[in-house]
Design a protein around this ligand. Structure first.
Ligand code: PLP
Length: 422
């Protein structure tokens, strides 16, 4: 293990201006304006009917069609958020009380809370150097009650899907792909979201494509599509959706997660630009990676398909948390952004898990645990995850970053490496 030394007095460096991070929101422009104005001029904000009952508005429908075409799925359903998308997916799969869903311990709040809100038990799994679900965890955690695994493609990188899909198939459980942070990302020729049973996306403001708030659910199975439609529209299957899939399952108590035409207009313009955002971030990332080269004492995030990620964040592992903190502070002082941008923490450390509450005590899937925190919900149960998350640095890349910014980031990493580890 390398010793952590104080930064040496180094020759002066010409600081480059700190680039402004940001993805889809930063490139909002004429295309969004035109589509939004189209909706406003027609005064038709609700997707299912407007002035002419025979000719309903088509922004959400067009968004769904183009989204499904890009992701390579038969169906897509627009919803109000990525959290709603997860609840719709779980509802479509019929997951509820008594069921278990395997969720990476390190993932966004909603991955856990959506499962709890459906009355099912989130079972926490280790991540690996991909920062996504570790292969082997399904086999380790599967019980007779496990119904699904939620694979979270964390921050622009697809999980190790070949291994995970094979394990899920063997275990006989369904696969939900949460692509909120990775829309358009490719894994060995396929877009994320299209490989499991059902895929979800978020269009929240900080995402690669955004409509302020919004989300999408994709799938190939017509029954899942119908159940998702019913789940997002208070149990209904309106004419528009019935023309896509003839109704074949009974109605049930769904929620109300319908997207407005205005959100759909913004999301549609963003979708049409998604691959450009990805290409731009990848080209900057490429400069950072090539410029850094291999540096002793620094590990890089494992990317199962390096041809397919979206390049929105470069991850470095240092050998200790102290070194990571020092490295990060020094990079920041050199105007290299390296703050965590996702607000992701381990579920077992967060209040909603520590308190093990649902909206009603009797709805809590944790009610039957005699001791709390139970095994599987304590920090010490996740040595692998803990061993990674305490010593990483994340350097975001945004659409306003230039290739020169990438070169500068790489040069500063090399410089700080020289100061602290040289
Ligand atoms: C992995 C993941 N899943 C789900 C969500 C929830 O999305 P939303 O904020 O649109 O509800 C997010 C949002 O940050 C996320 O990162």
């Amino acid at each position: 293990m390398s010793a952590v030394s104080e930064p040496a007095v180094s020759p002066s460096v010409t600081l480059r201006a700190r680039p402004r991070p940001g993805l889809g929101a930063v490139w909002i422009g004429r295309e969004e304006e035109e589509l939004v104005m189209d909706v406003l001029k027609r005064k038709e904000l609700f997707r299912y009917y407007g002035r002419d009952p025979k000719n309903p508005p088509a922004m959400a429908a067009t968004l769904e069609n183009e989204f499904a075409a890009m992701m390579g799925t038969k169906y897509a359903l627009a919803v109000t958020s990525g959290t709603a998308a997860l609840e719709v997916a779980l509802g479509a799969l019929g997951i509820g009380p008594g069921d278990e869903v395997i969720v990476p311990a390190w993932s966004w709040i909603s991955c856990f809370t959506a499962v709890v809100r459906m009355g099912a038990l989130p079972v926490l799994a280790e991540i690996d150097e991909t920062f996504c679900l570790a292969p082997g965890e399904i086999a380790r955690l599967k019980t007779s009650r496990t119904k699904a695994v939620m694979v979270v493609h964390y921050q622009g990188v697809a999980a190790d899907m070949d291994a995970i899909l094979a394990e899920a198939r063997k275990a006989g459980i369904r696969v939900i792909e949460d692509c909120a942070e990775s829309p358009g990302v490719i894994y060995r020729g396929r877009r994320v979201g299209s490989m499991g049973d059902i895929g979800t996306y978020s269009f929240q403001y900080q995402k690669t494509m955004t409509s302020g708030e919004g989300g999408m659910v994709v799938m190939n199975d017509p029954v899942l599509y119908e159940r998702a439609v019913r789940m997002h529209d208070i149990g209904q299957m309106r004419v528009y959706h019935s023309q896509i899939v003839p109704p074949q399952v009974p109605s049930f108590s769904g929620s109300q997660f319908r997207m407005t035409e205005l959100s759909a207009a913004v999301a549609l313009a963003q979708l049409r630009r998604l691959d450009r955002v990805r290409a731009h971030c990848r080209s900057v990332q490429d400069r950072v990676r090539r410029g850094m080269g291999k540096l002793k004492g620094i590990g890089y995030r494992h990317i199962p398909d390096p041809e397919g990620d979206s390049g929105i964040e470069v991850y470095l592992y240092l050998e200790t948390s102290e070194l990571a903190a020092k490295f990060g502070a020094r990079l920041n002082a050199l105007n290299v952004n390296c703050e965590k941008t996702t607000g992701t923490y381990c579920h077992y450390g967060r209040e909603y898990c520590v308190q093990r509450q649902a909206s009603s005590p009797s709805a809590s899937p944790f009610a039957s645990f005699k001791e709390w925190p139970a095994k599987g919900y304590r920090k010490e149960d996740f040595p692998r995850t803990e061993g990674l998350i305490c010593r990483f640095l994340a350097m975001p890349i945004g659409v306003l970053y230039s290739e020169e910014d990438g070169d500068y980031m790489a040069a500063m990493v090399r410089r700080v490496h020289g100061e602290l580890l040289g």
